[in-house]
Design a protein around this ligand. Structure first.
Ligand SMILES: *[C@@H]1O[C@H](CO)[C@@H](O)[C@H](O)[C@H]1NC(C)=O
Ligand SMILES: *[C@@H]1O[C@H](CO)[C@@H](O)[C@H](O)[C@H]1NC(C)=O
Ligand SMILES: *[C@@H]1O[C@H](CO)[C@@H](O)[C@H](O)[C@H]1NC(C)=O
Ligand SMILES: *[C@@H]1O[C@H](CO)[C@@H](O)[C@H](O)[C@H]1NC(C)=O
Ligand SMILES: *[C@@H]1O[C@H](CO)[C@@H](O)[C@H](O)[C@H]1NC(C)=O
Ligand SMILES: *[C@@H]1O[C@H](CO)[C@@H](O)[C@H](O)[C@H]1NC(C)=O
Ligand SMILES: *[C@@H]1O[C@H](CO)[C@@H](O)[C@H](O)[C@H]1NC(C)=O
Ligand SMILES: *[C@@H]1O[C@H](CO)[C@@H](O)[C@H](O)[C@H]1NC(C)=O
Ligand SMILES: *[C@@H]1O[C@H](CO)[C@@H](O)[C@H](O)[C@H]1NC(C)=O
Length: 652
């Protein structure tokens, strides 16, 4: 399956033709986003606010999540398609002891207005009920005009969730997002300063106030596929790699490259038997559409007609360094937020990961012989692109344009207090990536740069093996990654149009005497967009954006796989030995936007189709599909929607 997908991904890339765009270092999408969002987007096609019209329900298509009611859909406001009668009660809920009944706590009820620098700050005290699972519910209501905004939730110095908001309509939008927070159990068991940073701006133009409610439900449940290993419990300790401003009631993300994303940890536990580093990053400004940035040498190619282009190439690598040694990388999933490219692509179906930006897991257990020596150690997250010579030579850059929001965390599992982990550190000199670049600029008859085409391929292999001795095991511990990147893209029409056929595919694995973890992923993206401003200022935008995500994961995963709800409710085929999960989705859309020069109105229409499949994989690689949704939207309205749960059609 992976192979087929990969092949079609790279086959689809053959039709490179390019479109240009430029403007004072503002990417066309970002430039257009400013114009489009700043315009009076709500007139004409969107009727004036009426008291009777209910808000539009927005959603991100996703697999159900485990709640006390079982496998609960979080990609619709409709009643769960899965009727309670279809589900076995979850194990602990059947337990009559009052200590095990779920309890729900309201963590935040807050309206974000001018909230730059003013996060919500609350004090969290663990509830008085017994729990081994935590799920949050974030519900937002907003009307008026507003950009997509970034929301980050922290427990103290640790970022636990990064989201973005949907762009509203005049008559309002609403959405819910449920997230399994069980991985952060050690934090939930302690009092915490809860910081929710949602930077919003309200003025005469941007009228949208974000009214939010955040609840957490604590409960006991069987949430792991029994036959599969998986860590027997969530991490014992979570070490933040952040600005660590939690006790001051401030958000702790680093803003890169203005700030170096690094911490020195003086007290890394000497009894660690496993450590996994996770990174959470989000590109903003000139880095938001990094996947369509141009080679650095071409940043000024369209200066005369469009302006400066964001550079450092359309490739990014997030690096995790331990005492300066490269421990692993994340080639980020290109999340497109709800104002991205053309806003009408994202309403009411928001983009993949728009409500829940994924965190890449990098197992740093091969570094335990070093980390457990009782000395201070430095952890750093760097993001790099490429610099090139205008032809075919390119190397990793040392920085990027502005800017990235970054945090990291180390999930640590511990042996008994008195134990000290030792061993022999393996070879720490991974070979650099292999980069293949070609590019071609064309001019019109009077010498103005008209088009730029580029082909960029990057691959990287990274393996670190150490001998590690913990309290109960000893042997080889390995982290390995194999990554491929391809982007056939360009710019045309003197800087105004963009075309990208982008793809990342990768496979990561961790092995050790008591650990196995494996994931493989494919991130295809095709984007074709045009941008036109007439002499009177009339603005027209058009885009086709097709994006997919295919992720398989098995073994000792830090974050929930999505199987939990199906395990707890008995919906997994009992006879099957499930070794992991697979998410496979495609969303394809086209949208246009127009606004006359006097900005008196704007209009736009989008069409989106998404097919989403989630399933369990057994040990012979067979996928049992557990959740399937095929949904289409046109002009802000869902036009077709089919849902299957464990093979049964539950379309309402
Ligand atoms: C939106 O329209 C109002 C009324 O026509 C006008 O006062 C305001 O300046 C416009 N906003 C923008 C950003 O064009
Ligand atoms: C999530 O919270 C909202 C508002 O607090 C509530 O209306 C909704 O029913 C909750 N959703 C679930 C699935 O519990
Ligand atoms: C065309 O692009 C090249 C490469 O960026 C640049 O050196 C040159 O000045 C540009 N030509 C014009 C006329 O802008
Ligand atoms: C080439 O493009 C420039 C910039 O758009 C324009 O001013 C010029 O007239 C064009 N030349 C021809 C021959 O079309
Ligand atoms: C990109 O869109 C333009 C404008 O709609 C179209 O002419 C062109 O064929 C498209 N290119 C590809 C490769 O789909
Ligand atoms: C995996 O599932 C397939 C299809 O149901 C089945 O034929 C195969 O025996 C299963 N393998 C294992 C190891 O359970
Ligand atoms: C461009 O916008 C102006 C108003 O600023 C309007 O009068 C004109 O009709 C528009 N042109 C087109 C082609 O829509
Ligand atoms: C989306 O487009 C891709 C090719 O661009 C195609 O392979 C895929 O089947 C399409 N998916 C949907 C859901 O339309
Ligand atoms: C989109 O829907 C609105 C009603 O919400 C309607 O007035 C408009 O004509 C529709 N536009 C198209 C292109 O279907």
């Amino acid at each position: 399956m992976m192979r087929g997908l990969l092949f079609s991904l790279f086959a689809g890339v053959a039709l490179a033709q390019t479109d240009v765009e430029s403007s004072r270092a503002i990417h066309p999408f970002a430039k257009f986003k400013n114009l489009a969002s700043g315009a009076n987007t709500t007139s004409i096609t969107t009727s004036a606010p009426t008291a009777t019209r209910p808000p539009l329900e927005c959603f991100q298509v996703a697999e159900p999540v485990l709640t006390p009611s079982g496998a609960t859909r979080r990609d619709t406001s409709q009643p769960p398609a899965l009727a309670p009668a279809d589900q076995k009660p979850i194990e602990a809920a059947a337990d009559s002891a009052s200590a095990s009944s779920p309890c729900a706590v309201v963590l935040m009820e807050h309206t974000f207005a001018n909230s730059y620098g003013s996060p919500f700050v609350g004090q969290y005290t663990p509830p008085k009920c017994d729990f081994d699972h935590v799920v949050i519910n974030f519900t937002t209501l907003v009307s008026g005009r507003q950009f997509d905004r970034t929301g980050v939730m922290y427990l103290g110095d640790n970022e636990v969730w990064r989201t973005s908001t949907a762009e509203p309509t005049s008559y309002g939008i609403r959405w819910e997002w449920l997230k399994d927070m069980t991985a952060f159990q050690s934090l939930w068991k302690q009092p915490q300063t809860l910081i929710f940073d949602l930077e919003n701006i309200v003025d005469n133009t941007y009228t949208g106030l974000l009214s939010t409610t955040l609840t957490a439900t604590f409960f006991k449940a069987a949430g792991k596929p029994k036959a599969n290993g998986g860590p027997s419990h969530p991490a014992d300790l979570i070490i933040p790699i952040s600005q660590r401003l939690g006790t001051a009631g401030k958000p702790s993300q680093f803003v890169y490259p203005a700030q170096q994303a690094t911490n020195t940890v003086a007290d890394f536990p000497r009894n660690a038997n496993r450590a996994v580093f996770t990174v959470d990053v989000k590109g903003q400004g000139n880095e938001e559409f990094w996947w369509s940035n141009v080679p650095q040498s071409a940043a000024h190619a369209f200066e005369a007609t469009y302006g400066e282009y964001p550079g450092y190439s359309p490739f990014r690598e997030v690096q995790v360094l331990v005492d300066g040694h490269l421990a692993g990388v994340s080639w980020p999933f290109p999340v497109i937020y709800t104002g991205g490219v053309v806003p009408q692509l994202h309403r009411p179906i928001v983009g993949i990961q728009a409500f829940d930006i994924g965190e890449h897991e990098i197992d740093i257990s091969p570094f335990l012989p070093l980390l457990c020596d009782g000395k201070a150690h430095t952890f750093e997250i760097k993001i790099v692109g490429l610099v090139d010579d205008g032809k075919s030579a390119a190397t990793l850059s040392t920085t990027t344009d502005d800017e990235w929001y970054i945090t990291g965390k180390i999930f640590v599992w511990l042996d008994e207090q008195r134990s000290v982990t030792t061993g022999t550190l393996g070879n720490l000199d991974p070979t650099p990536p292999v980069i293949t670049l070609s590019q071609h600029l064309t001019q019109n008859a009077t010498g103005a740069n008209e088009t730029l085409d580029y082909n960029l391929f990057v691959s990287r292999k990274l393996t670190i093996t150490s001998h590690v001795k913990t309290q109960t095991t000893q042997g080889a511990v390995t982290w390995s990654q194999l990554l491929m990147y391809s982007n056939i893209g360009g710019v045309s029409n003197f800087g105004n149009n963009n075309l990208n056929a982008f793809g990342i595919s990768g496979a990561d694995a961790a092995t050790g005497p008591s650990t196995t973890y494996a994931t493989s992923y494919v991130y295809p993206l095709f984007s074709n967009s045009t941008f036109d401003v007439a002499p009177q200022g009339n603005l027209s935008l058009w885009a086709q954006v097709d994006q997919g995500l295919h992720v398989e994961v098995s073994g000792d995963v830090v974050f929930p796989t999505g199987l939990e709800g199906f395990v707890a409710t008995g919906l997994l085929p009992a006879k099957d030995i499930i070794k992991g999960s697979v998410v496979s989705t495609w969303r394809n859309g086209t949208a246009s936007y127009y606004r006359p020069g006097d900005n008196s109105y704007s209009t736009g229409t989008g069409r989106t189709h998404q097919v989403f499949s989630f399933g369990g994989i057994n040990t012979s690689g067979h996928v049992s599909e557990l959740y399937h949704r095929d949904v289409s939207a046109y002009n802000d309205t869902v036009t077709a929607d089919q849902v299957k749960i464990a093979g049964r059609d539950v379309t309402v």
